[in-house]
Design a protein around this ligand. Sequence first.
Ligand SMILES: [Fe+2]
Length: 412
Amino acid sequence: MKSLSRRCIRAFRLSAGLLLLTLAVACGGGAEPPPPAPAPTSPPAASSASTSVSASAATSPNPTATPTSPAASGSASASTPAPASPNPTATPVPAAPADYRDRTLTVYSGRSQTLVHPLLVAFGEQTGIDIRVKYSGSASTAATLLEEGDNTPADVVFMQDPGSLGILADSGMLAPIPQETLDKVDSRFRSPAGLWIGTSGRARTIIYNTDAIDPESDLPLSILDFTEPEWRGRVGWAPRNGSFQAFVTALRLQLGEDAARQWLEGIRDNDAVDYPNNTTIVTAAAAGEVDVGFVNHYYLERFLEEHGQGFGARNHYIGNGDPGALVLVAGVGILDVSENKDIAVEFVDFLLGEPAQTYFAQQIKEYPVSAGVEPVGDLPPMASLDPPDVDLGNLNDLEGTLKLLRETDVLP
Ligand SMILES: [Fe+2]
């Protein structure tokens, strides 16, 4: 655990591109890397704090109880660790302020460990704060917090969608975020009451097979039109996927319950092909199993990076304020019962700062939302996406969406 943390931190000290590549290799794999040489620029307090950044399993009832190493709890894929040679261009991490060295910040993360862990480790190292983290899905993290109520040990909640943050905001569990921090992000991407804030953006797109589809002439102007007979058996979707469900919630808000129901029934009756998630839809579209599918934008970017420009699928950004052009955010909130609100705010500011925003852009292929960081690859600029006018603060009726999906037999 300790060596993993140091490796992550060393990576974080390097500047931009190189730094991020190193993070992916060093922190994404399941194999424990060989112990690196001690980092000469680390203040002693920061080094010891990094050992406390732990990854409790989703089933662990208390994040402070049984910390396990990322390797032990199973990261996604094994990979070769990057060489641990010191980099002469590395920027020293500022010494942790003395008054942070015995402080603890507990984070409940609905974002996956593979994506988020390097950031938490880096924040712990930079500040000397002892970071505790509990990973689970966003919906189950919200359920856990509602159950724990005022007794929760969590200071910060980090979610992959605005809906689960909205549930916590509505229940009165989140504290107002200072205006200075809120101002770092466009008001579209944060709670109107300032109770949560987006940290990165994810656009809904139509993935299409490049042999079967000419996006200029073959694709409809609205996602609603995929109910037409010409699309019979050609559409892939993932009704169990959280982002798809958030899209349905937005559709209900934008067009009303009846229109949403009609669309779901129309796609279902058009013999849409069910997939478990976005990755399998993108794979199926590239293989020509389906001609189009409903996904989040960043999956394709990851496939392109791995397979090159010859990969057989691309994203179509439908725009026009259409329901299919929804832009969602992952985001954070601070628990109202937290006694560590000062360092919780510092953590939120860290996520909105340049290194973390660059990490979201380069590693996860999401849209940065602050610090002037630009999206990577050939993503269209955020300003060109033209999403529907839906308040992300109101996407909290997941229950209503699940009910509708069951009533329409889209879900069992
Ligand atoms: Fe996703």
